[in-house]
Design a protein around this ligand. Sequence first.
Ligand code: IPM
Ligand code: MN
Length: 351
Amino acid sequence: MKNYKIATIPGDGTGPEVVREGLKVMSAAAQKFGFKYETVNFDFGGERYLRMKEVLPESAISDLKQFDAIFLGAIGHPDVKPGILEKGILLKLRFDLNQYINLRPVQLFDDRFCPLKGKTPADINFTVVRENSEGLYAGAGGNLFKNTPQEVAIQESINTRFGVERCVRYAYEYARKYSRKKQLTLCGKTNVLTYAFDLWQRTFNEVGQEYKDIKTDYAHVDAITMWFVKNPEWFDVIVTDNMFGDIITDLAAMIQGGMGIAAGGNINPDGVSMFEPIGGSAPKYTGQNIINPLAAIGAGALLFRELGEEKAATAMEQSIRLVVTTKLKDLAAGKMGYSTTEVGDLVVKSL
Ligand code: IPM
Ligand code: MN
């Protein structure tokens, strides 16, 4: 019997509560589909940072490389200045583990939870493939004359042929393997960012020659925010850079029903990938057993899919859908009609 090694990083705020429910459903699914996994817990997050004055121990990256996957709750603490934990933990893990894809499936399960008038589950079902290792997130730039009237701040977007090509290629492969319409849209800003997105566009076109079965399309990032609201049904798979992907996936999360349901994966196709609910640590709901764990459970499903446990992943997703459509009053924290732990139990029951 397969026995996977999964590192858990519950992290801050409501992270531990949702990770617990995620693991509850994952262990039921593993049992049902005939495989096992062991977890090792890592205490990375704001509490540890405040206690030890260190974001990550020296050995973190080499330790995490020993696992088949990482299951993350949330990173972010109200008493820690913005940027320290995000850059020191989340982005460091993404970069150092070479998780160069951020995969964000977007699916509406029930029209009751869509803020858009007249849109149904058939209309909102697409995936964003976000480049996860370069762009504005690379950290290139600096300050001159800081705290003077002449201050200059430069933040550069790094786009390498290598980085862009591997991302675009992943998106074509993903479209071929999983998508409904065999359609891939490049989201960029070729009319203004004429260096970076010229590289993206050329790479997209060239790699596309190898994927003649995939229809291609292009949308500017500003326009795509419009289409997400007006015609989300147009989209199937979207590939974009790190910053644009960050922005459009928050909008996408809202049209699929909110942060309570939005899951994502930080993927290194040849290494250790990390899966997370994208909602953050939600400090004000911490410890109340009212946060929605479905995003974390969905992240667990993505984790299993990456491990090759497609049946378990699909079953978990179907159970989430069933619970959303037949049980929950709302997807928001405190309004579900059930507690966090009860929602986890409901998903287990419907597996
Ligand atoms: C996300 C988050 C992160 C990002 C933050 C927390 C650094 O917003 O995963 O989308 O900007 O990538
Ligand atoms: Mn984000």
